[in-house]
Design a protein around this ligand. Structure first.
Ligand code: IPE
Ligand code: IPE
Ligand code: MG
Length: 238
């Protein structure tokens, strides 16, 4: 039996190297990367995926040069301005995960506009991770539990998950990291517990429809065991 796939999460890595290889400034790689992301959103929707999470800016990316950070945020704002209406009309519901409190008021306003303007859509839930870090998310969830006065006995995996930024989504079935690095870089630490992880050397701007299909094909052939033996899984034990 083939695995069902509801949620794909992607670490879109390799924009800088894509540009450097061509003697271009890193920002050109990010521009090309944004276009690749749009195409992947369309493809995911066409393949019937209901949830897609894209890692756009990590809580550690503030360590980059000011100029690159500014360029990335300009790009993000442009992306919102130019693409939100089209995404809304194509049935995509946009969510933003991460700690948004660090953003300027105009950017926060733009983000809430994006979220509310697409909130009636149901075809594809697109979560964009911005100023997102898995550890930071867990700490914020703990704070929210503590400040709500939750008793220790009331805390379990379910109530904890409900405090995470991703509370509205199932855990990812497949996580893809482009750009040749084999690490998680603080992405969805809690949610990846049983996710199948696919690493590819392809740099993000080159990651196209076919590359996504290859990852999905790889995923479909995995045997997901959730702690059972291979035989138990083959026998279809619940
Ligand atoms: C990923 O590409 C995009 C962001 C982190 C915003 P990089 O910018 O990390 O590209 P490389 O890894 O330096 O090539
Ligand atoms: C992870 O890529 C973050 C995003 C893709 C947004 P990085 O390029 O920041 O990861 P490291 O620093 O190489 O681990
Ligand atoms: Mg990188």
């Amino acid at each position: 039996m083939q695995n069902r796939i509801e949620h794909i999460a992607i670490i879109m890595d390799g924009n800088g190297r894509w540009a450097q290889k061509r003697g271009l400034p890193r920002l050109k790689g990010h521009e090309k990367g944004a276009r690749a992301a749009l195409k992947i959103v369309e493809t995911a929707k066409a393949r019937g995926i209901s949830h897609l999470t894209l890692f756009a800016f990590s809580s550690e990316n503030w360590n980059r040069p000011r100029e690159e950070i500014d360029g990335l945020f300009r790009l993000l704002e442009r992306f919102i301005d130019e693409e939100v209406n089209r995404l809304r009309d194509s049935g995509v519901r946009i969510h933003i995960i991460g700690d948004l409190s660090r953003f300027s008021k105009p950017l926060q306003d733009k983000i809430s506009f994006t979220v509310t303007t697409t909130e009636a859509n149901t075809d594809l839930h697109l979560a964009i991770a911005m100023n997102y870090g898995g550890r930071d998310e867990i700490v914020r969830a703990v704070r929210s539990l503590v400040s709500s006065g939750e008793k220790p006995e009331g805390i379990d995996e379910k109530t904890f998950s409900a405090r995470l930024d991703t509370a509205f989504m199932p855990d990812p079935d497949l996580m893809i990291r482009t750009g040749g690095e084999w690490r998680v870089s603080n992405f969805l630490l809690w949610q990846l517990a049983y996710t199948e992880i696919y690493f590819t050397d392809t740099l993000w701007p080159d990651f196209d429809e076919r590359a996504l299909d290859d990852a999905i094909t790889w995923f479909r052939a995995r045997q997901r065991r959730f702690g059972k033996t291979p035989e138990q899984v083959e026998d279809g034990m619940p």
